[in-house]
Design a protein around this ligand. Structure first.
Ligand code: ADP
Ligand code: ADP
Ligand code: MG
Length: 614
């Protein structure tokens, strides 16, 4: 068995792998960048090696540094987690060439599934149903347009090297095809180094169904049932679950058997996921589920499978990498209850899901408790007091609930989110609570377009209840602030507070409590508000009209659309900022003139000064 394992990743997945390794008695080595010197994965591992500056391409993506760290610490194996180098066949080969164990599939399997067109051709040959479409070499725009016309609209243009929901364009009508193709190819070339695309029929009422597969080096392949990841925002998963709502036994057997065929076609070893797209307009039917792609790694949402199967997939990965047989045969695996996972992001849904960074002054996640006493599971990569930096993915935790039924798991997950308190970094907790309560989600009728259609209802933020306000006010009231309270009526105090710029009058019964000022935060429904005593004259607000535009977060400027001296109109794009794997546009707040465009070093806040002409 492996005695020492290096984890070539960060965040929650590095912590997750460390947990299982420790349980198995394996020594763990973490790697970290400058920004992660105090990160949870560094604190959790037995040993940690610094591998470079904060940007991932100078640290977590540099294979040689990671292999050198393994050598220097005596690690015999490397677990890549997900993202980063996990699906990089060259890195996997380099690990093997260095005489180390690669906790993942053989490089050839990664390569076979790496490009979406090649993977689909391979699946067709293996008798796995694939989405109808064009996979040809002829990338001439006129030819691609003709193929799209033949397939019939709507179609999806996909970068063959794409991933993470990037490099895809939905085209509803023939007239829009040429523009969409050009923009897709530009993005694909910039993000993935290849402009090559395929064209697929866009499946209506789409549901994302995926199957967890596992293979070993003895030729065994099993599946661990399906997951449903249909709740998505811009093709990125938001809430995942297992099993899939409305999946009958015959359909499950058909789709899981297809997944096992797919894995066998590439001699698959280790954990993998076969993603399918289903036309859910008439429920799930075997003849309406098509192969989409294979992810040759552990998936973000693997915990829901662990919860319903009772298996530790990271332990399976390590055992298989060490040459052991799969811990279970297909007959020994069964589905137990229902599990849901919500991805908690450091982002602000009310501001267009803008990433939110900074120190986690308060970071408490509600564990929740089900009726049967079952507790929720939390996989996180941060702790109270840790920094959320702008360099990496903004996912800070996964909350996982397991129950006997879907409704029980849903209620537990909602309770966990309800009791979460994160501040001053913003999170999507309230959005997730709203999503769980959405009537279509509650009924198990989710297609990938739900958030696009009805997302506004989910981004609506609750206001704190009078009860929560009173409780918080009671905690902060004591003497120091009692002077701010007016006595109106016997044993009744009112005090005005500022809450998110709104004046809130808090009414307290009884005299001010004797408690010290414990908190001035009100936490409820996944939201946190700060209470501040009201000062009528100096109420804080946005400083209006000085003309500076402050970047909403530190990041890297990747495109500047204007120059000093340019006249601009309200809403006009000024520049594009890249932070936390996303692009954000800064736009002009009013008509004006660009007076100054100062650019200090990378990753610092930038201001642009305007002279208002009106
Ligand atoms: P990525 O590599 O970015 O994960 P996928 O091919 O897995 O790309 O597609 C991502 C998402 O896009 C899917 O989960 C699904 O929501 C949507 N999608 C992909 N292909 C289709 C299709 N043919 N019809 C409808 N939706 C699709
Ligand atoms: P999945 O289908 O598992 O969501 P994708 O193909 O969409 O996978 O992308 C890989 C996943 O890895 C994404 O969820 C992405 O956000 C995540 N990821 C990549 N790098 C990191 C990282 N450094 N920290 C946390 N998550 C990451
Ligand atoms: Mg995918």
């Amino acid at each position: 068995m492996i005695k020492c394992l290096l984890i070539a990743n960060r965040g929650e997945i590095a912590c997750r792998v460390i947990r299982t390794a420790r349980h198995m008695g394996i020594r763990t080595v973490a790697v970290y960048s400058d920004a992660d010197a105090d990160a949870l994965h560094v604190r959790s591992a037995d040993e940690a090696v610094h591998i470079g500056p904060s940007p991932a391409r100078e640290s977590y993506l540099v294979g040689e540094k990671i292999i050198a760290a393994a050598k220097v610490t005596g690690a015999e194996a490397i677990h890549p987690g997900y993202g980063f180098l996990s699906e990089n066949a060259e890195f996997a080969q380099a690990v093997l060439d260095a005489g180390l164990v690669w906790v993942g599939p053989k490089p050839a399997s990664i390569t076979a599934m790496g490009l979406k067109d090649a993977a689909k051709k391979l699946m067709q040959a293996a008798g796995v149903p694939t989405t109808p479409g064009y996979l040809g070499e002829n990338q001439d725009p006129a030819n691609l347009q003709a193929e799209a016309d033949k397939i019939g609209y709507p179609v999806l243009i996909k970068a063959v090297a794409g991933g993470g929901g990037k490099g895809m364009r939905l085209v509803e009508m023939a007239v829009d095809f040429a523009d969409a193709l050009a923009s897709c190819q530009r993005e694909a070339a910039a993000s993935f180094g290849s402009a090559h695309v395929l064209i697929e029929k866009y499946i209506l009422s789409p549901r994302h169904i995926e199957v967890q597969v596992f293979g070993d080096s003895h030729g065994n392949v099993v599946h661990l049932f399906e997951r449903d990841c249909s709740l998505q925002r811009r093709h990125q998963k938001v809430i995942e679950e297992a099993p899939a709502p409305g999946m009958d036994q015959a359909t499950r057997e058909a789709v899981c058997a297809a997944a096992v065929r797919a894995a066998k076609a590439v001699n698959y070893e280790g954990a993998g996921t076969i993603e399918f797209i289903a036309d859910g307009s008439e429920g799930l039917r075997a003849d309406r589920i098509w192969f989409m792609e294979m992810n040759t790694r552990l998936q973000v949402e693997h915990p829901v499978t662990e919860e319903i199967s009772g298996q530790d997939l990271v332990e399976w990965q390590i055992r298989v990498a060490a040459g052991e047989k799969l811990p279970c045969t297909q007959d020994e695996l069964e589905i137990n209850g229902w599990a849901l996972e919500a991805r908690l992001y450091a982002e602000d849904p009310a501001k267009g899901f803008l990433p939110s960074i900074g120190r986690l002054e308060v970071f408490r996640l509600g564990e929740g408790q089900s009726l049967t006493g079952a507790r929720g599971r939390i996989d996180t990569g941060v702790y109270e007091g840790a920094e959320v930096s702008p360099f990496y993915d903004p996912m800070i935790a996964k909350l996982i609930a397991h129950g006997e039924t879907r409704d029980a798991a849903r209620a537990l997950l909602s309770e966990m989110l309800n009791h979460s308190k994160v501040w001053p970094v913003r999170t999507n907790a309230a959005f997730l609570i709203n999503a769980l309560a959405h009537p279509e989600f509650a009924a198990g009728q989710v297609d990938t377009g739900l958030i696009g259609r009805d997302g506004e209802r989910m981004t609506a933020e609750p206001k704190p209840s009078p009860q929560a306000l009173t409780e918080a006010a009671m905690a902060m009231v004591p003497r120091s602030l009692c002077s701010g309270f007016r006595l109106n009526g016997p044993e009744r105090l009112t005090a005005p507070f500022l809450l998110d710029g709104f004046r809130v009058d808090v009414m307290l019964r009884g005299p001010g409590s004797e408690h010290p000022v414990a908190t001035m935060l009100v936490a409820e429904g996944g939201m946190v508000w700060q209470l501040a005593p009201w000062r009528a004259a100096g109420a804080p607000g946005v400083a209006a009209g000085d003309g500076s535009i402050l970047s909403p977060m530190p990041g890297k400027i990747i495109a500047v659309e204007v120059a000093e001296g340019d006249s601009v109109v309200k809403g006009q794009k000024l520049l594009t900022l890249e932070a936390m794997k996303m692009e954000h546009s800064l736009t002009a707040p009013f008509d004006g003139l660009v007076a100054q465009l100062p650019f200090p070093a990378h990753f610092s806040i930038r201001c642009i000064c305007f002279d208002s002409t009106n």
